[in-house]
Design a protein. Structure first.
Length: 159
C-alpha cells in the first residue's frame, strides 16, 4: 500500500473503525479501503469516496456501486439507494425516506441530486430512522443536523 493510502486508511480508522457495510470492528490488520464509487466506474481516491470495510464485504462488493450494497442497522439490512425519492403529495420537500423495519426488502432512499452537507444530513437522518424507528421525527432532525455539522464543519468531511 502506498504511503498516502496507508495514511488515508489510518485516518478512516481513527474516525470510524468499523466496516461500512456489516459494522464489524476493524483494525489495521483486518481493514481494507473500499471505493464507494469504484475506480473502474469513475470513482476517485479522495477520502469522500473511500470507506473502510472488512475483507469479506470488500470482496463481496467487488466493482459494484455502494448503492447496490446493504447497510446493517440493529440486526436489519437496508439497501442504500441514491435516486429521486417518490413524490410525497403531503410534502414536496421530501429528499429521503427509510422503509419501516418490518418491510421485507428494506431500503433507505436518498435523493441522488443532493450534494455536500445536505446529502450527508439526509443520509444520517435516514440511517437514524433505520436504527431507531420509534424515535420522534423532531429528535431525528436535530440529531442528524448536529452530526452533519460536526462531520462537515468541524472534522472536514467532504463528498
Amino acid at each position: 500500500m502506498a504511503p498516502s493510502n496507508k495514511r488515508k486508511r489510518l485516518r478512516l480508522l481513527m474516525n470510524y473503525p468499523y466496516c461500512a457495510y456489516c459494522g464489524v470492528k476493524l483494525s489495521q490488520r483486518n481493514s481494507t479501503v473500499d471505493h464507494v464509487v469504484p475506480k473502474c466506474r469513475g470513482g476517485s481516491n479522495s477520502l469522500s469516496n473511500l470507506v473502510l470495510s472488512c475483507e469479506k464485504c470488500n470482496a463481496d462488493k467487488g466493482d459494484k456501486m455502494a448503492s447496490a450494497m446493504t447497510v446493517k442497522l440493529m440486526d436489519k439490512r437496508y439497501q442504500l439507494v441514491f435516486q429521486p425519492p417518490p413524490v410525497d403529495h403531503n410534502d414536496a420537500s421530501v429528499v429521503g425516506y427509510c422503509e419501516p423495519p418490518d418491510t421485507p426488502h428494506k431500503r433507505i432512499v436518498v435523493d441522488g441530486s443532493l450534494t455536500g452537507r445536505d446529502r450527508l444530513e439526509v443520509i444520517l437522518h435516514e440511517l437514524l430512522h433505520g436504527a431507531h424507528w420509534q424515535i420522534d421525527e423532531d429528535v431525528i432532525e436535530i440529531a442528524a443536523h448536529a452530526y452533519a455539522v460536526i462531520l462537515w464543519d468541524r472534522l472536514g468531511y467532504r463528498d
